[in-house]
Design a protein around this ligand. Structure first.
Ligand code: ADP
Length: 213
């Protein structure tokens, strides 16, 4: 029997836990996690022309231009492993990106929109203490000095410096929060309290997603 296509997007402020949750949901549902932040950081590490262009925006906490990320996502969603569904993490982040996504998904299963809600105070606290691997970019787990995936050194993420964090929050409020109104009236929109342990957040998201089978 064919498994129903599951198309998920995760909304939420920087630091709300989108990346952590997307990774877990990808394993649970057997669909790829598509993180525009990870794709852009990989391009930056590899020094591709796209990576060099994206870097200028990312270092300031600004958004990379819509046409760049829309192109990236469109190409990625066309790959065979995304045919049975996907979890988008960090996209869409603007109304034009959301409109482009709706166009890409015409004729496919409806989007399930998971909005992970977290207060600004908590966001700032979390981002100030986040560490990532300098080699592979993975988020650090626990307290150790080295990356659990590749053994590389752990460093603060380049865009987690305080001034950049404040700018990312402003960008979130101005450009991304309007997506809540864009999606809010859909029957597939779910709000999840992100200020809890990751396992509890995951369990709630799974329940919400199962309701929309
Ligand atoms: P966070 O959600 O913690 O801010 P991400 O890893 O999702 O982190 O994104 C990091 C940076 O990558 C953003 O600040 C932005 O510069 C760029 N970026 C990621 N996704 C997008 C997107 N959909 N549109 C524009 N820029 C993006």
């Amino acid at each position: 029997m064919a498994v129903a296509e599951r198309n998920l997007i995760l909304l939420g402020a920087p630091g709300a836990g989108k990346g952590t949750q997307a990774q877990r949901l990808a394993v649970r549902f057997g669909i790829p996690q598509i993180s525009t932040g990870d794709m852009l950081r990989a391009a930056r590490r590899e020094g591709t022309p796209l990576g060099k262009k994206a870097e200028e925006y990312m270092n300031k906490g600004a958004l990379v231009p819509d046409e760049v990320v829309i192109g990236l996502v469109e190409e990625r969603l066309g790959k065979p492993d995304a045919k049975a569904g996907f979890i988008l993490d960090g996209f869409p982040r603007t109304i034009p990106q959301a409109e482009a996504l709706d166009r890409m998904l015409l004729g496919r299963a409806p989007l399930v929109v998971v909005d992970i809600v977290l207060s600004e105070t908590e966001v700032v606290r979390r981002l100030a203490s986040r560490m990532v691997c300098a080699e592979c970019g993975a988020n650090a787990v626990g307290e150790g000095p080295a990356c659990h995936d590749c053994g590389g050194p752990l460093v603060p993420r380049a865009d987690d410096r305080e001034q950049v964090v404040l700018n990312r929050l402003k960008v979130y409020r101005d450009q991304t929060e309007p997506l809540i109104a864009y999606y809010g009236s859909r029957s597939t929109y779910c709000r999840i309290d992100g200020a809890r342990l990751p396992d509890d957040v995951t369990a709630d998201i799974i329940k919400a997603v199962e309701r929309h089978r």
